[in-house]
Design a protein around this ligand. Structure first.
Ligand code: ZN
Length: 281
């Protein structure tokens, strides 16, 4: 599933194609993409719209349009945005014709992706604020913020990191990588981490995300760049999907666990298993 680095990669690649352009026509072929809004209504609203800027928050791409309209695009599991791909591909859910003759398609085999049109900046911000916690690389994303959010919580720290209402943009890959980098076991109760450990984890999350952005994302499933190419961060994973291989830091064998229903990779020498499930007050 595309996480912050993958969505940021798409945003950076798409911005030069879309910013300053106008949609001459828009066709939405899957009613699920715009639920609860009817696709014809959204397509009619988008046709003729001028794209001012492409932004991002967490895993949401924000297409800022004229007249204070904002399309929030979420790729979920298998969504991709492709420039000048075959628009008749069976998984094409939406087609945008641009005024420079190029065609952007939204392709999504599993159909979990979404697009929501917000008709004001205030509506956009309310929508995102209700769903997203602090964004890494911003001043709000501090060790103190994380400790406060986790206070009293006995759920595993990995589940805490994956909760978009706490931290915006981190998913399964970068959570595993960040926990390994910080030497924190994914099953540690979130409320049991010390401020020093939150500092290490905050740094490690940002380091993992930066490395992912530098590698233009990870393609272990359907993630593709706007020209169909793959990212390369999967070649640099420290633990994720590397069960049975030696840890690059200590040589111990990496194990696969299931935490909160998600496949989780850990080096239990670098990341000591919690001895008790007690949560410090
Ligand atoms: Zn290790």
């Amino acid at each position: 599933m595309p996480e912050l680095p993958e969505v940021e990669t798409i945003r950076r690649q798409l911005a030069p194609h879309l910013e300053g352009r106008t949609f001459t026509s828009v066709e939405i072929r899957d009613f699920r993409w715009t639920l609860p809004a009817p696709p014809e209504l959204i397509a009619a609203e988008l046709a003729g719209a001028h794209v001012e800027r492409l932004g991002r928050l967490g895993k949401y791409m924000i297409w800022q349009l004229d007249a204070d309209r904002h399309l929030l695009v979420h790729l979920r599991m298998t969504g991709s945005l492709l420039m000048d791909a075959d628009p008749e591909s069976p998984h094409t859910r939406a087609r945008f014709d641009l005024d420079d003759g190029h065609v952007l398609t939204y392709v999504d085999p599993r159909r979990f992706g979404t697009a929501h049109l917000m008709l004001s900046t205030a509506a956009r911000d309310d929508y995102l604020r209700a769903r997203l916690g602090a964004e890494p690389f911003t001043p709000e994303f501090t060790a103190e913020y994380l400790r406060e959010q986790a206070r009293g919580r006995s759920a595993p720290v990995k589940a805490f990191i994956l909760d978009q209402r706490r931290i915006a943009g981190v998913g399964n890959i970068y959570a595993d990588e960040a926990l390994h980098g910080a030497g924190v076991h994914p099953l540690r109760p979130a409320g049991s981490l010390t401020l020093t450990q939150w500092r290490a984890l905050k740094e490690s999350i940002e380091r993992a995300l930066s490395a992912g952005i530098d590698a233009k994302g990870a393609s272990i499933d359907d993630f593709r760049h706007v020209d169909g190419a793959r990212g390369s961060f999967q070649d640099r994973f420290l633990v994720h999907t590397r069960a049975g291989e030696p840890c690059v830091a200590c040589g111990s064998t990496i194990r696969k666990l299931v935490v909160g229903g998600r496949g989780t990779y850990v080096c239990e020498k670098c990341q000591p298993r919690p001895r008790s499930r007690r949560v410090s007050p």
